[in-house]
Design a protein around this ligand. Structure first.
Ligand SMILES: Nc1ncnc2c1ncn2[C@@H]1O[C@H](COP(=O)(O)OP(=O)(O)OP(=O)(O)O)[C@@H](O)[C@H]1O
Length: 336
């Protein structure tokens, strides 16, 4: 749905030009919610702006539904632009208009008539959870509610693609949760393909299906979030999984110590007790924790194993879908 091929973008500066994007290629599947993640200055906003046609790359191609947008002009370009909505970090709202009036504005610009416009505004206000606030002005709302008005305004014209640059920036944790709930509903109920940028792993954990990790303008990794987590050495796993801190002393009482990633209800709930009883070994969780990616529970545990058949237990745990690896400083022959 969104394909970016070999995108390079630089900005002039007094010394050398700043290379904001270096040969970046990404693929966002239709209907997916793709998170572009990376530290400040990594190039996330520049990438979003290039896809939104707000910035012209030095080299490379942006395709929307297979169409090379740089090759379009006139009517075709306007049609494509209309399908792409942008939620900017601090978009100005019309201060003198109500919440409903703000959401209605883009429909008025398109000449959508009264009853149809009212129906669509009603649908959108319900989607963003602001039906009760329809008659209020932006100044009467919290920052998070204003962000949802902007989201409603972006969605009013039924876009196929939504680009959201740091959608939770400057919004408190509870209100950020409400913004993410709306984005989740937009994906589920409207099937809109979304690309969002964020520095916040919690945003990815909560709603992203796919992720691209940017560092200093380079894409260092991309793919399905759950697939990437399955490799504990991946950038995504290191950035998004619960961290593990244990001492040598904690590990020393076990015959064997490994780190394991368990994905999904069956794996998280049943695998370790089952291995312990089948092979008559002790399997203890000595570090790490449990989190959720969307609805999927994911555990990142440091395990201590004790007993005669720890090797067989580890092999069985692996065969049943867990991702197990040795801890470099703590020994365990079977996990190597
Ligand atoms: N219009 C511009 N003119 C000059 N340099 C720019 C411009 N826009 C971005 N840059 C530079 O390009 C690099 C990437 O910036 P960008 O805003 O894309 O990063 P980011 O990952 O979105 O960062 P943040 O998370 O802080 O928003 C940075 O070094 C930034 O200073």
């Amino acid at each position: 749905m969104i394909t970016v091929e070999h995108l390079t973008k630089s900005f002039p500066s007094k010394a050398e030009p700043v290379l904001a994007l270096r040969d970046v290629s990404i693929d966002v599947s239709a209907g997916a919610l793709y998170g572009v993640v990376g530290p400040a200055g990594a190039g996330k906003s520049t990438l979003a702006r290039c896809v939104a046609l707000q910035e012209k790359p030095d080299r490379g191609t942006v395709r929307l539904d297979g169409l090379n947008v740089a090759a379009l002009d006139g009517r075709r370009l306007r049609e494509v632009r209309r399908k792409v909505a942008v939620l900017e970090a601090n978009p100005p709202l019309y201060a003198e208009r109500t919440v409903a009036g703000n959401v209605a504005a883009p429909l008025e610009q398109l000449g959508v008539d009264g009853p149809q416009r009212r129906r669509q505004v009603g649908r959108i206000l319900d989607l963003v959870g602001l039906t009760q606030r329809a008659g209020q002005r932006p100044a009467e709302l919290s920052e998070g509610q204003r962000r949802r008005v902007s989201l409603g305004r972006a969605l009013a014209v039924s876009p196929a693609v939504l680009l959201a640059d740091d959608p939770t920036a400057g919004v408190g944790p509870d209100e950020a949760g409400a913004v993410l709930t709306v984005l989740d509903r937009v994906r589920a109920e409207l099937g809109v393909t979304m690309l969002l940028t964020t520095q916040d792993g919690a945003v990815v954990r909560r709603i992203c299906d796919e992720v691209g990790m940017l560092q200093a303008g380079r894409l260092v990794e991309q793919g399905s979030v759950l697939d990437l987590l399955a490799d504990p050495g991946s950038h995504a796993a290191q950035a998004l999984l619960p961290s593990i801190e244990t001492s040598r002393a904690q590990a020393a009482v076990y015959d064997c110590t490994v780190d394991a990633v368990l994905i999904g209800f069956a794996s998280v709930g049943a695998l370790l007790p089952e291995a312990a009883s089948r092979f008559d070994v002790e399997v203890a969780t000595i570090g790490g924790g449990l989190t959720r990616f969307g609805d999927t529970p994911v555990a990142h545990f440091r395990l201590g194993l004790r007993g005669r058949r720890t090797d067989a237990a580890l092999a069985w745990i692996r065969d049943h879908g867990a991702h197990v690896r040795a801890v470099p400083t703590l020994s365990c022959p079977a996990a190597a």
